[in-house]
Design a binder for this molecule. Sequence first.
Ligand code: SF4
Ligand code: SF4
Length: 282
Amino acid sequence: MKQILIISGKGGTGKTILTASFAAISKNKVMVDCDVDAADLHLILHPNIKERYDFKSGKTAVVNPIFCNKCGKCQEVCRFDAISDAFLIDSISCEGCGLCAQVCQSNAIIMKENLSGEWYVSDTEYGPLVHAKLGIAEENSGKLVAKVRQVAKELAQKENSDYVIIDGPPGIGCPVIASLSGIDMAVIITEPTLSGLHDLKRAIEIALHFKILIGIVINKYDLNVDNTNKIEEFCKKTKIDIIGKIPFSKEVSKSIVNGIPAVLFCKNNIAENIRNIWEKIK
Ligand code: SF4
Ligand code: SF4
């Protein structure tokens, strides 16, 4: 079983369009949406949720006023100014360090586990999908990414799947690092802009750190041929394969509006391009 991750260095370069298309044309796989902060793969794959679980992560301090003698020790030690003069804790400011609970001699403070989001195992027309939703303003998306990846891997092993196809998070922060560990190949999708090249370099750097096989896809490559040439020169210099170039097409935007993978919706050469990329990945 091979795990293939699609990342981009930043959002909006066509990562989910490519992942949904791979999901539609590949056989015997489990799909994962690791973009837990702003999941959107479900908009194209239309999952039917079969299992739903709470994701608990981190703790918040809560004062029980019945036991509080208003000694003020908790307020003195809190570095985050999370405790008011009435000795109540602001859950937004509380970082869950637990120091206040340790110094409180009246045992008036408990550390309550946070319900940070939910994760799901779903059926789709194209196979099983493991996905998640992080609560608003919640942190620890790296942990939630690790959770959905672990569940997807176990499911793929149980079902003897050939692939785990992962829609990665945008950027190069903690969630991307969590999605890169144990991957067999990272497909990095970029676009022919200077910021695209900049983000591509950062994404390559991080994938190389994990010693992962990399393949580059240049999306909308014909919109700026000069910048596409710059990306190609950079990849040649760093000995990284460009496994495909996709031209700009309004059909792709229409496929998103219609909630259908681009590889099935587009009647022009886009579908063939995507199929060729998947063949190279295989
Ligand atoms: S340390 Fe405990 S008893 Fe003292 S003010 Fe804080 S919560 Fe109340
Ligand atoms: S857990 Fe830490 S951050 Fe939260 S109120 Fe207590 S001392 Fe402050």
